[in-house]
Design a protein around this ligand. Structure first.
Ligand SMILES: [Zn+2]
Length: 195
């Protein structure tokens, strides 16, 4: 294998990139500006070192706590619960939501060996209690695992006086937060409903 084959093989392992696209990226890089190449290489090499999960909400961050958890201007009585750190970025960029976040790190999926204990559910309950949260918005993806997880968390919060809501069903069923346009996301926030 030469260097082009090797890097093509590496790119083809990235999500959403097939062999053909991987070859095109390799060809692009071969002719790219050396300064860009250096910066890009450094970014990849230092990514895992620079980014860590926030010790409070679990979002990806360089500073701990993350800028959202540190932001005094946010509504600190509302927590939006999401599956993955990248969901925080998506929801935060739609600007209609000004509260806090909590990343679960996945959804309950017994067949894949994901039990409630392996998610950050205990941490969520502690935050709701300690930070006197008034509304918990469950923003899991609208599929079987997401619904199961939402119902499970809702049952755990029954004894807490906080309001528990789920994003409105304007979200496409079986869809993924990552692929929802901002308008749909904003509408689903406005139309969120209680259990
Ligand atoms: Zn945080």
């Amino acid at each position: 294998m030469n260097a082009i084959d090797e890097i093509t093989d590496s790119f083809s392992r990235l999500p959403g990139i097939g062999k053909k696209s991987a070859g095109r990226i390799a060809a692009f890089l071969l002719k790219a500006d050396p300064a860009f190449m250096q910066r890009f290489a450094n970014q990849i090499a230092s990514l895992q070192e620079r980014i860590h999960p926030c010790s409070i909400c679990g979002a990806w961050t360089e500073a701990d706590p993350c800028p959202i958890c540190q932001d005094a201007g946010r509504d600190r009585t509302t927590i939006c619960v999401v599956e993955q750190p990248q969901d925080v970025t998506i929801i935060d960029s739609c600007h209609d939501y000004k509260g806090l976040f909590h990343v679960l790190g996945g959804v309950i999926a017994p067949l894949e060996g994901v039990s409630p204990d392996s998610l950050r559910i205990k941490e969520l309950l502690e935050r709701v209690e300690k930070e006197q949260i008034q509304e918990v918005i469950l923003a899991m993806n609208p599929n079987v695992e997401g619904d199961t997880t939402a119902l499970y968390i809702q049952s755990l919060l029954k004894s807490n006086p906080c309001k528990v809501t789920r994003l409105a069903s304007g979200l496409p069923v079986g869809g993924d937060l990552e692929y929802i346009d901002r308008l749909t996301l904003a509408r689903s926030f406005m139309g969120r409903s209680g259990f």
